[in-house]
Design a protein around this ligand. Sequence first.
Ligand SMILES: NC(=O)C1=CN([C@@H]2O[C@H](COP(=O)(O)OP(=O)(O)OC[C@H]3O[C@@H](n4cnc5c(N)ncnc54)[C@H](OP(=O)(O)O)[C@@H]3O)[C@@H](O)[C@H]2O)C=CC1
Ligand SMILES: C[C@H]1O[C@H](OP(=O)(O)OP(=O)(O)OC[C@H]2O[C@@H](n3cnc4c(=O)[nH]c(N)nc43)[C@H](O)[C@@H]2O)[C@@H](O)[C@@H](O)C1=O
Length: 324
Amino acid sequence: MSGAIDDATSPSALSDKSAKIFVAGHRGLVGSAIVRKLQALGFTNLVLRGHAELDLTRQNDVESFFTVEKPQFVILAAAKVGGIHANNTYPADFIAVNLQIQTNVIDASYRFGVKKLLFLGSSCIYPKFAPQPIPESALLTGPLEPTNEWYAIAKIAGIKMCQAYRIQYNWDAISGMPTNLYGPHDNFHPENSHVLPALMRRFHEAKVKGAKEVVVWGSGSPLREFLHVDDLADGVVFLMENYGGLEHVNVGSGKEVTIKELAELVKEVVGFEGELVWDSSKPDGTPRKLMDSSKLAGLGWTPKISLKDGLVDTYKWYLENVKQ
Ligand SMILES: NC(=O)C1=CN([C@@H]2O[C@H](COP(=O)(O)OP(=O)(O)OC[C@H]3O[C@@H](n4cnc5c(N)ncnc54)[C@H](OP(=O)(O)O)[C@@H]3O)[C@@H](O)[C@H]2O)C=CC1
Ligand SMILES: C[C@H]1O[C@H](OP(=O)(O)OP(=O)(O)OC[C@H]2O[C@@H](n3cnc4c(=O)[nH]c(N)nc43)[C@H](O)[C@@H]2O)[C@@H](O)[C@@H](O)C1=O
């Protein structure tokens, strides 16, 4: 692909601080971090709607919202999201809700004159046994990880929808693929969350109760790459300002740890002094999922927050906002 539709410099970059920006999913982990980042940069005209006010699966409601509000930019961080257990247990919700939200928002954004949209996918779009670190070009080169293929198929459809609208309409829709994220406003549900908030809560509750053991799922051997959500938000705004290409862009930290190493680190940050017990009846998921984020680095963006610092920051937030 060449010319305007694959131009790495966005023709419609965010520059005016009074630009009207709809951040969909602004109460979630990612959306709330993007709002903090935009506000810190001085953007003053954010349009925000909670799930209860605007259900993005409802096409008529989405169209009414765009008719009235006419946002100039859209960052799509609303989705049905969860960890390995939730993905494996609710496949219908993960494919249907995500297809509905993204189809409604992407299509309405184009039809109601949005200048630029950023869609968020996930590193689970890549094949289970993709080459490591995983380049953007690995998309659709092999079978997906079964525990999250329904969610991954929806996310792949979102990338393709952005590409199709760029090709057919020369419309500036881009896609960012974050790696596993964590930070303030994460979901700390005991079963349906991702590993890092799940373990933080379990270790905290065990410490408070004086328990001797904490159960951790799987074998401990899978490798995961973690990125603090404030880094992700910085990367998302960077892409909105600097990227206008056809291909999706990986957003990772470039650092991976085994789940066992992660568990030991969370245990240390929380201050739990008991033992880890591994529950091998729970799935491991993808054995390794390190993304190659050199494309984004080549554009001039790199993350700043180490896993240790990010964990300390997240536990502080947990203590102030979540614990009973
Ligand atoms: N967390 C992670 O590790 C990763 C996340 N991502 C991607 O980042 C994006 C944001 O994820 P994250 O912030 O973690 O998820 P969260 O679950 O924290 O937030 C999702 C947000 O979307 C809202 N939402 C869900 N359904 C609807 C709906 N039908 N109508 C309106 N709003 C809705 C939720 O509102 P409510 O809670 O009220 O339903 C919530 O505010 C997603 O696209 C996800 O795929 C990508 C890689 C990793
Ligand atoms: C971001 C990404 O997140 C999901 O994929 P995942 O990377 O497998 O996510 P996870 O954080 O849930 O698990 C990571 C690893 O950790 C282990 N693990 C140990 N103990 C707990 C535990 O207590 N909870 C969880 N959830 N996992 C645990 C778990 O067994 C697995 O080996 C996708 O479904 C999809 O949503 C997606 O895109």
